[in-house]
Design a protein around this ligand. Sequence first.
Ligand code: GTP
Length: 411
Amino acid sequence: MTTPAPHSAADSDALIPVTVITGFLGSGKTTTLNALVHDPAMARSLVIINEFGEVSLDHELVTTSNEDLKVEMMGGCLCCTIRGDLLATLRDAPWRFSREGRRWFDRVVIETTGLADPAPILHTLMSDPTLETLYRLDGVIATVDAANAMATLDSQVEAVKQAAVADRILLTKTDLVDGAARAAIEARLHALNPAAPILAVIQGQVDAALLLGGGAYDPGARHPDVLGWLNAEAYEPDHEQSHDHAHDHDHDHDHDHDHDHDHDHDHGHDVNRHGDAIRACCLTFDEPLDPVAFERWIDLLTMMKGEDILRIKGLLNIEGQPTPVVVHGVQHVFHPPVVLDAWPSEDRRTRLVFITRGLDAAALRETFALFTQGFAQFDAYGLEDAGFGADEADQDAPGSLIAGGSLRTGL
Ligand SMILES: Nc1nc2c(ncn2[C@@H]2O[C@H](COP(=O)(O)OP(=O)(O)OP(=O)(O)O)[C@@H](O)[C@H]2O)c(=O)[nH]1
C-alpha cells in the first residue's frame, strides 16, 4: 500500500466539487434538483441522475439549461449494482464533456435513487485513485419529507443513513405539516445529525448558495471555514473529557421506535444516541497525537468497524506539526489528510467527529487509549473488551492505512 504525502491546501484547488443529493423515495429530490439547476450558481453543473428500472422519469422531469450536461444512470442503484458505471462516468466526464480541451462543467451533482445507501457512493468517490485526482466531495444533501419522515425513519434504515451522513438536510413538504409535527421531526433529525443545518424547503425552492460549498471541507476555498465544517460544538461533549458536565448523556436510554418521547434535552435524554442505532459523537484530545498511534488506531478501526463508521471528520493536532491536519473519512476510506496553513482559532485541541452505527464515544476512546498506552497491550482481549470484537472484523475491508494519504509521511 503506497501512502502518498498529504495534500496541501493548494493541491486541492483544482478539484471539481461533487454534490450528492440523496433522500428517501418521494422525498423531493427531483423537485429540488429541478429548481436548483435553474439557479445561476449551478449553470455549469454536470447532473447525474440515478434511477431504478428501465423506464425512467426523473431525468425527464429535470430540465437543465444545458441538456448536454445531463447523464441518466438506469437499471440499478449507484450504491450497489451500478457503482462501476458511476466510476466510469466520472472518470470519463472531463473528456467526454469538453471541447477543444475545455471542460464544460465546473461542478457535478449526483441525484441518487431513493433507496440508495449514500455511504458506498461516497466511498466510491473518495477511494478511486483516478477520481481522487479529479474530484472532491463538496457535500451531501439529504431531502427529508416532513409529512412522512417519522414513519420512514422508523422502517427504512437507508433513510436514517441518508439523514445521518448529510451535510445539509432539506426538510421538504413543510406546507403539509403543522408546527408541532415539524418541530418533532426537526428534533429527531437534529438528534440523528447534530451538525447538519436543517433548511425548510417548499417545492424545491432553496438558494443554491446555501447548499454548495458548505459540506465537506474545501481546502481550496479562499477562507476555509474548517470550524464550521467540523461543527464540533453541535455534538455532545466527550464525557471522559467533561467530568464537570452537569448530567449524564450516556445512559442506556433506548428509545427505539418511540416517537412519543420528549426530545427535551434537559431530561438526560441522549440526543446523540438515537433509537435508529446511529450515533454521533465528538472526541477531543488536549495533547498532541502521536501520528503513528493515531494512524494505526484509525486503520484498525476502519478495518474492523468500517461498515459501522458512516463518517469521520477531524481537525488534528499532531505531535511535531505546528499547524492542524484535516481528515475526512467514510467507512473504510479516508481522504488524504490536508495540512492547514494555520490554526483556525486559539483552540488547539484535536476534535474528531464520528457518525457511527452503534459505537459510542467511550468505546472509541478506550480503543485509542490502548494504542497510546503501548501496542504491546493491544491484544485481542483488549480489543474485545472495548467493544470491538475480533469476530466482528470485516473480512472484506481493504486493510488500508488511511488510503491515499498518511500522517506519517510528509508531516
Ligand atoms: N406539497 C408538497 N409537495 C412536494 C414538495 N416537494 C415535492 N413534492 C411532491 O412530492 C412528490 C415527490 O417528489 P419528487 O421530487 O419526485 O421526489 P423524489 O425524491 O425525486 O422521488 P423518487 O425519485 O421517487 O425517489 C411530487 O409529487 C412532488 O410534486 C413540497 O415541498 N410540498
